[in-house]
Design a protein around this ligand. Sequence first.
Ligand code: GMT
Length: 380
Amino acid sequence: MKIGIVCYPTYGGSGVIATELGKALARKGHHVHFITYQEPVRLDSYYENIFYHEVSALDYPLFQYQPYESALASKIVDVAKFESLDILHVHYAIPHASSALIARSILKENGYNLPFVTTLHGTDITLIGKDPGYKPVVEYSINHSDGITSVSEFLKEDTYRNFSITRDIEVVPNFIDFSRFKKTDKDHFKKAIAPNGEKILIHVSNFRKVKRVEDVVRMFDLVLKKLPAKLLLVGDGPERMNIEILCRKLGNCEHVRFLGKQDAVEDLLAISDVFVLPSETESFGLAALEAMACEVPVISSNAGGIPEINVQGKTGFMSNVGDYEDMAKNAVLMLGDDVRLKTFKQNAYIHAQTFSIENILPLYEKYYEKVLRSKVELAV
Ligand code: GMT
C-alpha cells in the first residue's frame, strides 16, 4: 500500500506512535509518506520506503496565525496525486482530520479517491477537542472520516460521551518496539546517578499541567523520608520552572535531576526502578508502556486509559488523581523489598508484551484494508 501519514513531528506520544507505525509499515514493504511541518523526531535516519513531505505555511503580515490547516490540506492534495496514495492516516484530530477532509473533497472533484483514517490520541478529545472553540469542526471531521480508531477503550467511550458520533470507533492500542525498548545493562551509568545504591524513580513527560509533575515531586519527597532514592525528571514544558521552585521549597534538589528532553529514554529507563505517572487524564500512557517494556513497574493515577495498561498490584499500583501520599506508600512498598520489586519488574515486562508492535501492526493493516474495501463497495 502507499500510505500517507499526518502527525505532529515533536516529542508528544501521538507523533511517536505515528512515526513508529510508519517505520514498521515501511519495514513490511509498504510505501509511507509523512506529511508534516518538520521531520518527525523519531525519523532519525534513512529508511527505505519512507518519504518526507514538508508542509510550509507561508507567512504574511496580514496573518496573526499562519493558516496551517489550509497549507496541510493543499500538501495532502499534492502528495496524494503525485505519489498515488491509496490511503491517508491522520494522527490527532486537530487540525489533521479537518485538513484531510478538505483534501479528500478537493481530490474527489478531480476524480481521485483518497479515504482517510483518523486516530484519536487523547487531548484532541479529552481537553482541546471538546472546547466549544473547536468542537463543531472536530465532531464533523471525525464523523466524516472513512475510519476512526482510538488508542484505548476509555478514549472511545469518552469520545461517545462528549461528541455526537454516528460512527463506529475501532480501538487499536498503542504499541511498543521491543527491539528498542528493552532492559540493557547500564550499571556504570546507574552508579553515576545513584552511587550509594539509591533506588531510582523516573518521570517522563512534556511537563504540561495535565501531567501533574508536582505530584511526582511531592510523592518522591515522602519516599525519601523512608528510603534513599533519586528522582530523574525527563522532558521539558511549561511546568518546569514551578517544579524547580517546588524542589527548592521541599529542600530535595540534591536528589532530583532535571534531564530535559532526551532521545535515548530507554537508557534512562534501563537504570530506573519505578516509573511515576500521576496524570490528571491520560488516554493511554505510552510513556508508562515504554517503561514497562524496560522492566520498570509503574506508580500512577487511575485516570483515563491507564488501568488498561497498569494492572493494580501486579505491574505497579494506581491511586486516585492527586493522592500522592498513597502513591508514595505504594512506591515504598515496592522499593523497600528487593524480591517483591523483582516480581513487579517481571510482571511489567510480561504485560507489556501484549502491546508489542508485532501484535498491533496487523490490526492497523487489517483496518486499512477494511476501509479500502468499503470504499470500493460504495463506489460499485
Ligand atoms: O499529552 C501527551 O502526552 C501528548 C499526547 C499526544 O497526542 O501527543 O499524548 C496522548 O497520546 C499518546 C499516544 O497515543 C497517549 O499515550 C497519551 O496518553 C495521550 N496523552 C493524554 O491523554 C494526556
